[in-house]
Design a protein around this ligand. Structure first.
Ligand code: HSE
Length: 309
């Protein structure tokens, strides 16, 4: 096999209280790559569509190429690849756009090399894509995009990643207000020190969310979707944030918070119907500030990357 086309899903990082340590994947949107083996020894980005010309084509700077370069270096293989990247989600949206490109590319290249590494072993290479995109090799987007479902980063050093069971009827609503927030900027504004009382609240909520997911206790999941450290700062970048969140909860969602570094918001609900109602309410609330938005409703994606052909 010399050519492969792979889709990798968007992701919701942080999931309220789990800044940098928790994320889950959704079925849509996501990015698509076509990766081809070539006779040269270069990794080349041959085309990017859907990015309005915003992404770098320099192989050392693009998330989809750098991950393949790092993978080849690790394996000690000299092999040329040509990559076509089809962006199918907005950049700077907080839905793991750079992660989906990195995951699709590294997964595709690994397949063309006859699968020397498992998805879990590919994770450090996908993280290098995040380093190129925003300066921080966080794993809470690439982890779930690569492994599917809910993924916990128990530790970064050493890297210790755990997949968490996904309750059957959980649905995600993603609202993308059409403004751009760059992850790099959304990280720089965060406070570097936190109060012990806030830390106690936060780790109570992270642990509660983990327990809720494992026990399929939807009430506990809802009660645990509170972030007292990151949301108060980042929500200031999202016009009408409090109203949009309240609208989701009033429509029956278990909880609602910022997706990754924003500006997208996500809500979790116990059925597709409630997820749709939450989405409609969130979109209405968002439009009060004259901001257009895109809406995505999806079950939790348990598969991760998908080979298209
Ligand atoms: N955990 C990262 C952050 C995710 O919140 O900055 C970025 O999508």
């Amino acid at each position: 096999m010399d050519t492969i086309r792979v889709f990798a899903p968007a992701t919701v990082a942080n999931v309220a209280a789990g800044f940098d340590i928790l994320g889950f994947a959704v079925n849509a949107p996501g990015d698509e790559v076509t990766v081809r083996k070539t006779d040269s020894e270069q990794v080349v980005m041959s085309s990017i569509t859907g990015d309005n010309g915003k992404l770098p084509t320099d192989p050392q700077k693009n998330t989809a190429t750098i991950v393949i370069i790092k993978l080849l270096e690790h394996l000690g293989i000299q092999q040329g690849f040509e990559i076509e990247l089809k962006k199918q989600m907005p950049l700077g949206s907080g839905m793991g756009s750079s992660a989906a490109s990195a995951v699709a590319a590294v997964y595709a290249a690994n397949q063309l090399l006859d699968t020397p590494l498992s998805p879990m072993e590919l994770l450090p290479f996908a993280m290098e894509g995040e380093r190129a995109a925003c300066g921080a090799a966080h794993a809470d987007n690439v982890g779930p995009s690569l492994l599917g479902g809910f993924v916990l980063i128990r530790s970064y050093d050493p890297l210790d990643v755990v997949t968490i069971p996904t309750p059957e009827s959980l649905y995600c609503t993603l609202l993308h207000p059409q403004i751009e927030v760059l992850t790099d900027d959304a990280r720089k504004i965060l406070r570097k020190h936190i109060l012990l009382k806030d830390a106690i609240t936060q780790w109570g909520n992270v642990a509660g969310l983990m327990a809720g997911l494992i026990m399929s206790d939807y009430e506990l999941i809802g009660r645990s979707m509170h972030d007292v450290i990151i949301e108060p700062v980042r929500s200031l970048l999202i016009p009408g944030y409090d109203e949009i969140k309240q609208a989701a909860i009033d429509a029956g969602a278990l909880g609602c918070s910022i997706s990754g570094s924003g500006p997208s918001l996500f809500a979790l609900s116990t059925s597709e119907e409630l997820a749709n109602s939450a989405g409609e309410a969130m979109q209405n609330a968002c439009s009060q500030n004259d901001i257009e938005s895109e809406l995505y409703i999806s079950p939790i994606n348990k598969q991760g990357p998908k080979i298209l052909d």
